[in-house]
Every structure is written in structure tokens, then in C-alpha cells.
Design a protein around this ligand. Structure first.
Ligand code: PNS
Length: 164
């Protein structure tokens, strides 16, 4: 049984993430989407539970995908899960340096290999942070995130009165 981890903040999940998760699920018996508990970058727009609920909804058609939280080192979580691979999407050359460094560090720490999947071209400009920014100012994100996520973004920014 081959288990892969697709890690990230998923704040929120985008169509780019979903593309990588779907394609990973074709190559491994099981895919664990590993949602980091404490992303260091920014304060999250969505709580952990909200991010998990959105991921569950949009991956419901994938029988071999489950959603889990983790904190601490990704490789420790990978070991706990019995995962033999980490899978990441590469959008552009700008992703490469940092992703390569993380892959090499994770390999050194644990022996776990990272596999990169090239992001589908229609999603290569997408990131959760840009989606949040566009959504915050009322831009149309309907081609960037699943419909249920677009609805939640609209609701969240309405709750925040556009001031988030
Ligand atoms: O969606 P993101 O925010 O780009 O995901 C980054 C993530 C969660 C994959 C990365 O920050 C991570 O793996 N964090 C866990 C801590 C860890 O293991 N750090 C060492 C990496 S070499």
C-alpha cells in the first residue's frame, strides 16, 4: 500500500490544489491531505475546521483521499501515517528553489522522497493568498476555487464587512 501526503495550509483550497490532489490520487493507494495547524505566514482566514470541511467537500468524489491535521515536522507526521512520499505541485520556476530546499531537508531528516507534479497551466498563477486578496476586494474568484469555497469566501468577507 503506497501512501502519499499532500501538505499545505489550504486557506482556502483552490482548484490548483484540487488538481494536484486528484492527480496524486491516481498514482497512490491512499492520499492524506495534511493541513498544517499553525501556518506561520499569516493569520488564517478560515479556521482549521473550516479548511478541513471545505477540503472534505471538494474531495468527496475521491475514495482514497482523507483529510488530516498536523503540527510540527511534516516528516514526523508522514512517518506516523506510514506515508512513503510527499507530493507537491510546482507552478513556476519561482516555486522551485524553496520546494527543492524543503524536499532535500525532508529527505535528509527522514529518507522520505518528495515528488513534484507540474501544475496544470490554467492554474499556474493561482495561490490561496491571491485568491484571498481578490475575494476580499470583491473580485470574481469563481474560476479559481470550487463553487462551495467561493460561496464561503463571499460569506466570510461579508461577515468581516470587507475590512479583513
Ligand atoms: O500551503 P503552504 O503554506 O505553502 O504549505 C507549507 C507546508 C505546510 C507544506 C510547509 O510549511 C511544511 O511542511 N511545514 C511543516 C514544518 C516542517 O516540516 N518544516 C520543515 C520543512 S523542510
Amino acid at each position: 500500500m503506497s501512501i502519499a501526503l499532500c501538505p499545505g495550509s489550504f486557506d482556502p483550497v483552490t482548484l490548483g490544489h484540487l488538481d494536484i490532489i486528484e492527480r496524486t490520487s491516481r498514482h497512490f493507494s491512499e492520499v492524506v491531505v495534511a493541513v498544517i495547524r499553525n501556518p506561520q505566514k499569516t493569520q488564517s482566514l478560515f479556521t482549521l475546521e473550516e479548511r478541513q470541511a471545505m477540503l472534505r467537500e471538494v474531495t468527496a468524489h475521491l475514495a482514497n483521499v482523507r483529510i488530516e491535521f498536523f503540527k510540527g515536522l511534516l516528516v514526523d507526521f508522514a512517518r506516523d501515517q506510514g506515508a512513503s512520499a510527499i507530493v507537491k505541485g510546482l507552478r513556476a520556476v519561482s516555486d522551485f528553489d524553496y520546494e527543492l530546499q524543503m524536499a532535500q531537508m525532508n529527505q535528509r531528516l527522514s529518507g522520505i522522497d518528495t515528488f513534484f507534479i507540474s501544475t496544470s497551466p490554467q492554474y499556474s498563477f493561482l495561490s490561496s493568498s491571491l485568491v484571498r486578496e481578490v475575494g476580499r476586494f470583491g473580485g470574481d474568484v469563481s474560476t479559481m476555487v470550487p463553487a462551495s469555497v467561493a460561496t464561503r469566501l463571499t460569506e466570510r468577507f461579508a461577515e468581516q464587512g470587507g475590512q479583513a
